[in-house]
Design a protein around this ligand. Sequence first.
Ligand SMILES: Cc1ncc(COP(=O)(O)O)c(C=O)c1O
Length: 453
Amino acid sequence: MVVPFRIKMVEPVKILSCQEREQRIKEAHFNIFNVRSQDIYIDLLTDSGTGAMSQNQWAGIMLGDEAYANCRNFQNLESVVRKVFGFKHFLPCHQGRAAENVLFSSIIKPGMLVPNNMHFDTTRANIMANGGKAVNLPCKDASKPFEDRPFKGNMDVKKLEEFLSVNSDNVPLVMLTVTNNSGGGQPVSMENIRKVSEICKDFKKPFFIDACRYAENSYFIKTREKGYSDKSPLEIAQEMFSYADGCTFSGKKDAIVNIGGILAMNNHDWFEKCKARLILMEGFPTYGGLAGRDLEALARGILEGLDENYLQSRIAQTQYLASGLKKAGIPVVWPAGGHAVYVEAKTFLPHIPQAEFPGQALTIELYREGGIRAVEIGSVMFAEKDEQGKMHFPELELTRLAIPRRVYTNAHMDDVIEVHKCIAERKDSVHGYRIVKGEGPLRHFTAWFEPVE
Ligand SMILES: Cc1ncc(COP(=O)(O)O)c(C=O)c1O
């Protein structure tokens, strides 16, 4: 394996004592989002905006053209977006959820339904905020966390057909999230993308890709799907987007920038509506909430994120962590996803009921034991009451260890494995939590918890 970079600048980190960590997590009301960054040893909260930019990207930052309209960096970004994504129109946005907000506030009417393989939290929240309903149609393999299947991120295409047969009039577009973040970072096959696209054409529905991790998805297609081993990640990405009518994209993931995103589409009328919304919410259509220098880093990062050697080392590091945890007997979603390793917390901590948030409990223990910051992707994020007041829990209670790009070494990953081993030895003493403050679809960001003793 080739690791196609070396380290030129380092940022010091330290680990607090056990007592200090105990104090910090209590002060944070047992919500890891509230802990200060300097009090974290290994920060695996997210892979979003946390990557290390290259010397080429930093050099681009110095070439920022800060003209209000039509700066040179926008033109550079435009030519990269044309080459990679290929849609007729695009708008820069400050990040992925801004693209979602601009899109959904332009096209959704109350009561509309948006199907997806699995919506990410901000996508779901943006649809709901505009009066719509987010519908998940994952393939059957998505709910089998420990079975080795190559494309567990796929959409259930039969269910999509049935869904559109009944609800088509009420569906403004169909989405597909690559890779499927909420479902374990699992990839979507080209075959599935093609099939979803065909169904959308049959029902005359626009097909949008949530493209946050399209480069990692392309690499999985290259290495796991028949017929793609000789194609470059760029060629695979181009083919993926050729089946779609548009995309939302957070550049904070596969474009390895700290801020930035795009909204792209073919439909001219939708584009005009989105442009008007963008001016209101983000800024002029050639900067969309970003400085010229950010546009430049984004343009350069999109190309770097598709480099095959980089993608190989990136996926290998995720695999390294997942294999080490699996070897230590920790129940991880298998095979490993692209950007993160997911521990299935209700299997790891079976004595904690879903109503007491096993994923949140594990997140807190990781900080207590080793100063590691992970994030819950389970019932805190997704449990929902129906109209009759009955609580519905998600199938998987995940604790996500998201790996920032080009930031940590495998020695850090070894520490993460050791910390899990220590928790496993005393896991019967780990207890659940209840929410004392916080509601709504984004409550996980701000909720306060207390232990159920
Ligand atoms: C699949 C997916 N969609 C959308 C978003 C939102 O992107 P951003 O954080 O840039 O707003 C994320 C962020 O993690 C994501 O993983």
